[in-house]
Design a protein around this ligand. Structure first.
Ligand SMILES: [Zn+2]
Length: 238
């Protein structure tokens, strides 16, 4: 059922708009033949934007995914098979893509240098926070951590995505960066995001094409959330 509805953000994270046909309506939520709206997940919030119907533009109040099928909360009644046009708020999405890709670099350094696994993340337009389970980590390690992240960013590594089978995925625990959450498996496949030859990890979110687009990153806060849980806040130069 997933393949019937096209999710442009999976193979083109830079797609800002698309035409679509209204396939189903459920209590004000719309299902479309095509969408550019990311429904949220993996710490990345759902997109905002508009859907145009009969020349009138309407805000999308919320977006959610039900087993890979994306629903848009419009609060409007419309006829099935209506032709519509979707457009996301690109400035917001691009900021989220830069921050999301940054967190891939951050969690790669956290794992390699400190054995850290992600226990939670909240990606933002201005500041993102990520929680790690570390056996040993303290405030004195922050400058070196920040510097290692920026070294990767400056290498201008390409970011790409593809899918592997569930069997391949289960044989590679290195693809999982979260301590308690298993990434979604859809129709026996798992989406993998690679940063050059540096890193590969399972992820269903949206990312920039190269690490240079992330820009300079800075740790903007650090909190102890229990003995082995640490929270880091990150901001990006505009
Ligand atoms: Zn990702």
């Amino acid at each position: 059922m997933f393949g019937r509805y096209r999710r442009h953000f999976l193979d083109d994270s830079y797609a800002v708009s698309c035409d679509a046909t209204l396939v189903d309506v459920d209590d004000g939520w719309w299902l479309l033949s095509d969408t550019v709206f990311y429904p949220g997940g993996g710490g990345q919030p759902a997109d905002t934007g508009t859907i145009t119907l009969d020349g009138a533009s309407h805000p999308v109040h919320d977006v959610r995914s039900d087993r890979g099928v994306v629903w848009h909360r419009m609060g409007l009644i419309a006829g099935l098979d209506s032709e519509v046009h979707c457009r996301i708020d690109w400035d917001r999405r691009y900021a989220l893509m830069r921050h999301h890709t940054l967190l891939h670099v951050v969690n790669t350094i956290a794992l390699r240098a400190h054995g850290g696994l992600v226990t939670g993340a909240l990606i933002g337009e201005g500041v993102s926070r990520v929680d790690f389970h570390f056996a040993e980590f303290n405030r004195s390690m922050l400058p070196e951590f920040e510097s290692a992240v920026n070294d990767v960013v400056e290498r201008n590594l390409s970011v790409s995505s593809g899918t592997i089978t569930e069997a391949e995925f289960l044989a590679r625990p290195d693809l999982i960066r979260t301590r308690n959450v298993i990434p979604p498996i859809e129709e026996g496949k798992v989406r993998i995001v690679e940063i050059g030859t540096l890193d590969a990890q399972a992820c269903g979110g949206t990312h920039v094409h190269s690490t240079a687009e992330i820009g300079r990153a800075r740790i903007d806060g650090f909190e102890n959330k229990g003995k082995e849980n640490k929270r880091l806040y990150w901001v990006l130069a505009s």
